[in-house]
Design a protein around this ligand. Sequence first.
Ligand code: IPM
Ligand code: MG
Length: 384
Amino acid sequence: MDDGDRSRGRMAKHGRRGEDVGRFRIGILNGDYIGPEIMAEAVKVLGAVGEKYGHQFDLVYLEASGEAYDKYGEHLPQVTLKRAAECDALLKGPFGGPPEELHHPKWANVEKAAILPLRKYFNLYTNLRQTRVLPALEALTPVKADVVHGVDVLIVRELTSGIYFGPKQTRMVDGERESSDVEAYRESEIRRIALKAFEYARHRRGKLTLVAKSNVLESSVLWREVTETVAREYADVRLDYLHVDNAAMQLILNPRQFDVLLTNNIFGDILSDEASVLSGSIGLFPSASLGDSHFGLYEPIHGSAPSIAGQNIANPISAILSVALMLRYSLECLAEANGIEQAVEVVLDEGYRTVDLVPPGAQAGGAVGTREMGDRIVRAVRSA
Ligand code: IPM
Ligand code: MG
């Protein structure tokens, strides 16, 4: 069985297209530090959606990262992968430990031992990271409010290849260490994600910007060639191209020019953090990781924030909006997905803020906690 086949066939057993319409099996990977706190709120919101729209969500808690290390001595045990493969979709909290303990085997290499292999195992090569600047939060941006007004950028990041997955080595050369990581892409890997990006652009504002570094990198030249070939199948989408350094600058200077950005693994990692800043807080952003089937992995783009864990102050919106993406992309429950996104906007419009959403210099005293924010959003989902 190849990677691609692992994620096929489940929908027929439990999902929309099968005999059990409206019944879904959802794998929950709580993650570390603030992970369980924000995931609890996401699960509450999912429960409210189930009640309101008449779906049954069977939750399967799966161990990974710190929790799995404590129990099995490894970060992504086979049993977790096996049970994850029986789910329609996975909701994941952030993985990772505190900076001062990164040498500890519990936290060293969590990224390479759990996050990257999880994406690879299910062949989730398309990562969607959307930055929308909500009117209620424009004041939070460190960039000028009139520059970010109305921004809606979708970054389509390649997620299972490139320099994060290429051969790595450290060897002795002339008596000193030399380390290397290889950026390698096959045409088929570029083509399959380019097709996805053109599809998203076609259903949005019809503009696609490829971001690479083709003045220096051979792999970027291939990205341009393959993407230009795919563009011939999409006469309705305007394709343009930016070098990544320029794209990083343009994202701050004039982010409204962008609709869909298509890029490789490493550039997408960097640019998506940058883009999230436009909106004021990384605590707002979910992501979707998809392959060739409906199965997907949904997770916040931020880390596990050990310094604020256990205090009921983390922003649960990134996890709650991950639920919305899961409903949209894996379960094809569009009204339900829109319902959650609207509920989040309603609660923000009403003025409720977690501390990360309080502008610098303003009174943080009125901020709501993690659980209160979750409860407000649950109420808004119910009453929509
Ligand atoms: C992200 C993270 C991960 C990545 C790390 C933790 C491996 O930064 O999801 O953006 O680079 O993909
Ligand atoms: Mg990142």
